[in-house]
Design a protein around this ligand. Structure first.
Ligand code: FPP
Ligand code: ZN
Length: 332
């Protein structure tokens, strides 16, 4: 039913929900397509049609992708585009050098922070995106990773959590971007593992679900933001996984498929993906494994040659001989 739900959401182009989400189309496609891949049904969509649409979102003058045709390029949608092309093993369509120079232009000289686009807003989400993209396209040095680590470190709070920028309130979504970003820089030693592990574990409420900040309601998407962070830190056992799985399963729509933020709410593709992704981290049967840092199925990470070494489970590197080398070239 979830496969049918995701497929229908992408086909019903006159639906108000579809029309009103133009501005985040590529991310919406990434959530839906990764859901399909996790369920082993990426075959229900037309790969050529999708990759063609992704390429129409490319903005050559900027070197990044826009969320939709005629919109502006942004680092968020550049990551979604790269993720979608990785899902379909179409990385050869990517102009890696143009993206590398776009990412380079987004790093602030003064403090290493990453801007989302030319207009200058900075956020830990954008730092994560730039770090993930540069690793996925094998251009790790197009940004100064040491300076990004220093900036992320400034976003750490007294409670061990991270916010959107220095002084910003701890928020589980931003925690994922910082923990994932630090893992991509092999710098998880910057995390206060005990305090952050404790703060993340406290996100579980009596209903079994997780919230994003103290006193908030549980929400399925935080199953991912919290659990992936705990997973990277080797602390998934710090929460009650059975209770969390029960909460996510209780948010499924048993009539039309899809997963909602909370029981009895309307499902959407965002919560469907993050619910499935969290179930995947917990080894739920019938869902393929997902990588907690790249938020891509592990078989896709292996195919394009990015991997997390087993040493402490957090180091992200590149395989010597990836099975798919289409369009790849070594960085000088
Ligand atoms: C909650 O947002 C989530 C975040 C702040 C993290 C978003 C992370 C990215 C965009 C990086 C890319 C992510 C992946 C998985 C590849 P919200 O606006 O729903 O927060 P709210 O619940 O406080 O409204
Ligand atoms: Zn949510």
């Amino acid at each position: 039913m979830h496969v049918q739900y995701v497929k229908k959401s992408s086909e019903d182009k006159d639906a108000i929900e579809y029309v009103l989400t133009d501005h985040l189309r590529l991310s919406g496609m990434y959530w839906g397509l990764t859901s399909l891949d996790l369920l082993g049904r990426l075959d229900v969509v037309d790969a050529d049609e999708i990759c063609d649409f992704v390429q129409r979102c490319w903005v050559p003058d900027v070197g990044g992708y826009a969320p939709c045709v005629h919109h502006d390029a942004h680092v968020l949608y550049t990551l979604s585009a790269v993720q979608i092309l990785a899902l379909f093993d179409r990385m050869e369509l990517i102009d890696r050098d143009a993206i590398a120079s776009f990412l380079n232009s987004l790093q602030r000289e003064s403090d290493g922070a990453i801007m989302g686009d030319e207009w200058g807003e900075v956020d830990t989400r954008f730092a994560y995106c730039a770090l993930s993209i540069s690793t996925l396209i094998d251009r790790p040095r197009c940004i100064d990773r040491g300076k990004v680590v220093e900036w992320i470190d400034k976003c750490k709070n007294f409670d061990g959590g991270y916010g959107s920028d220095p002084g910003g309130e701890s928020h589980a979504g931003q925690v994922f971007t910082c923990v994932g970003g630090l893992a991509l820089c092999d710098a998880v030693d910057r995390i206060d593992h005990f305090f952050l592990g404790w703060w993340l574990a406290e996100r579980q409420v009596k209903a079994g679900g997780l919230n994003g900040r103290p006193e908030k309601l549980p929400d399925v998407c935080y199953s991912w933001w919290v659990l992936s962070s705990l997973c990277i830190m080797g602390k998934m056992h710090w929460i009650d996984q059975k209770a969390l799985a029960r909460f996510i399963l209780g948010c499924q729509d048993d009539k039309k498929g899809g997963i909602a933020d909370r029981p009895d709410d309307e499902p959407d593709v965002y919560h469907t993906f993050f619910g499935l992704a969290a179930l995947s981290l917990m080894g739920f049967p019938g869902i393929k494994p997902i990588d907690p840092v790249f938020a891509l199925p592990t078989h896709v990470c292996e195919r394009i040659g990015v991997m997390r070494t087993a040493a402490d489970g957090t180091v992200v590197g590149r395989k010597e001989n990836p099975t798919s080398t289409k369009g790849e070239s070594a960085e000088p």
